[in-house]
Design a protein around this ligand. Sequence first.
Ligand SMILES: NC(=O)c1ccc[n+]([C@@H]2O[C@H](COP(=O)([O-])OP(=O)(O)OC[C@H]3O[C@@H](n4cnc5c(N)ncnc54)[C@H](OP(=O)(O)O)[C@@H]3O)[C@@H](O)[C@H]2O)c1
Length: 301
Amino acid sequence: MINTATARFAGRSVFRIGYGALQLHRLHDRRDEAVALLRRAVELGVNHVDTAEFYGSGFANAAIREALRPEDDVLIVTKVGADPDPGGPLPLRIAQRPEQLRASVEDNLRSLGLDRLPVVNLRRLDTGPGLRAEGVQIVDLDDQLATMTALRDEGKIGAIGLSGVTIDGLRRAIPAGVACVQNAYSLASRDDEDMLRLCAAEGIAWVPFFPLGGAGTGLPKVTEDSAVLAAAESLGVTPSQIGLAWLLHHAPNILLIPGTADPAHLEANMAVSEITLNGDLLPTLDAIESRSNNLPFGAAS
Ligand SMILES: NC(=O)c1ccc[n+]([C@@H]2O[C@H](COP(=O)([O-])OP(=O)(O)OC[C@H]3O[C@@H](n4cnc5c(N)ncnc54)[C@H](OP(=O)(O)O)[C@@H]3O)[C@@H](O)[C@H]2O)c1
């Protein structure tokens, strides 16, 4: 029986349902609401928040700094590999060079008001949705890991994660110590099943981004699958909740970071820990076909 409540991550126990801060940028003009949403998340039990300096060009980190207190004991996970590009088309730009990774760690330390970043994901561009590196931005993984491990040795980061990585890349990085992998993955989009299994065997947390298919990314939406809709109706819950509950049931090392700017959705996402997928429900959902082929480039990262 899988423990749907807590799991080990970066040397501590976290509630398996965390919060992803990407959608906070939609509250850019309503900072009080962003802060209140984060406070509500903590009240509901969130002790793992995923962010990046480039979410809302610093807005997400600023809101997190304002909302979270040391006594909340929230594990803040951020990422490097891209920098804010306010006014740009995405608005982020690739920043894969070792010196850019280091600078981005410093930026995150400053904006989050921390002496040490508990976990930092190295956002590679090797797989899944998003941009691809070109020219000088194509950097060997080993060179990046050398920078990340140096930053860990210096105490600026607590643990290293990987994102947008292939299974070969993950295998290369494991000797350096990997706390988590963050790739696009959901009930409707399951390309990385082998990597998920490797993570489980190695004690690495699997923290999928786009666990519901993302906001308008062009990826398959979990909530549009007929088997998900039927399961939701039979349990009297929402289709999003079924998608998240399936992830919790699928493997014990999966941690959730659904993104939302809506307090009601936050409540619904936290209530997923109460959902049990009994009887035929789990095999029926397992049988849903993965529809992740031909992931679009340029989708949000
Ligand atoms: N490593 C990476 O490259 C990377 C890339 C992308 C994202 N991420 C991280 O992963 C997190 C999750 O990804 P995401 O936020 O892009 O996508 P997601 O969690 O798959 O989906 C977010 C979308 O689902 C909606 N939603 C959330 N909860 C809902 C509910 N209970 N009922 C109905 N709709 C709901 C949100 O809208 P509302 O706001 O209206 O609820 C939003 O449109 C991000 O927040 C970010 O922290 C990492």
